[in-house]
Design a protein. Structure first.
Length: 272
């Protein structure tokens, strides 16, 4: 296999996926991030990429040139901008994949300039935390070339399941799941802070274990608080996309917005 893959965005997902895919025979990985141009952080990020046999591009144009698949792994609030910037440098036959956690309507906004360039658009929805499984994390895909790109990447060890030839099914599935997961994380933050300050944490945990004996509530609270502390700002952007989706369905997205606010406020209060 000979395959050139570009990642736009070199955060948690971009670094993990690019590092693992770069070890596969016949695969060349290029990455680009706007922080590459940052005088404080750019040099360190570039060195991190080169240390894993990944090419750090000088620009979006450089990153897209020669790629078979361009994968956007930025953040929910940057997905539209990243696609617009990349579209100017895409060509027919290329596939642009957006794996950011955004609403179906936002996915269509992302797809617009990509399609105008002549390239094909495919949506990915990452269905679990990526840290442990890496490229084997379950992913749903959608789009006219979803089956094709999924098959090519699955040959490299990824676990992608095509669910639709249209755009929106994968992202809606992801965001509906996120309402539950991110909602539980926000609940665990407030539960832990309130119960500890009130001095009733052991009693509440005992009650929860009695009601739901299959759950290790103490560990759940610990793990979920850690996730919000580390990724709360990014997850807040995702939950605002969930709120947008709920509103677009004619429902009330205010709870998803409240979850977003709690993630963001807790993460910012714990910034180091």
């Amino acid at each position: 296999m000979s395959l050139e893959i570009t990642f736009i965005g070199y955060g948690e997902v971009g670094q993990l996926f690019s590092r693992q895919l770069a070890t596969k025979p016949g695969v060349r990985i290029t990455v680009y991030d706007i922080l590459f141009d940052d005088p404080r952080k750019g040099s360190e990020l570039r060195q991190r990429a080169s240390g894993t046999s990944v090419h750090a591009a000088d620009s979006v144009a450089d990153a897209c040139r020669g790629a078979d698949i361009v994968i956007s792994a930025v953040t929910a609030d940057s997905a539209v901008t990243a696609a617009a910037q990349a579209a100017a440098h895409l060509r027919p036959s290329q596939i642009y994949v957006d794996l950011n956690s955004v609403s179906p309507a936002t996915k269509e906004q992302v797809a617009g300039p990509v399609r105008q360039s002549g390239a094909d658009f495919v949506e990915f929805a990452v269905m679990a935390p990526v840290k442990e499984p890496g490229i084997e994390v379950p992913i749903l895909s959608g789009g006219e070339r979803a089956e094709e790109v999924s098959a090519r990447l699955n040959e490299l060890g990824m676990k992608i399941t095509p669910v639709s030839t249209g755009i929106g099914t994968a992202s809606a599935t992801k965001l509906c799941r996120s309402i539950v997961i991110k909602g539980m994380e926000a609940l665990m933050v407030d539960f832990t802070l309130a119960s500890e300050r009130a001095g009733v944490a052991p009693a509440v945990l005992a009650s929860l274990k009695a009601s739901y004996p299959g759950m290790d509530w103490e560990n759940v609270a610990k793990v979920m608080m850690s996730r919000v502390r580390q990724h709360g700002v990014r997850r807040a952007a995702e939950m605002r996309e969930a709120s947008r989706m709920i509103d677009e369905l004619g429902l009330d997205g205010s709870l998803a917005n409240a979850i977003a606010d709690r993630h963001e406020s807790f993460a910012k209060a714990n910034e180091t």
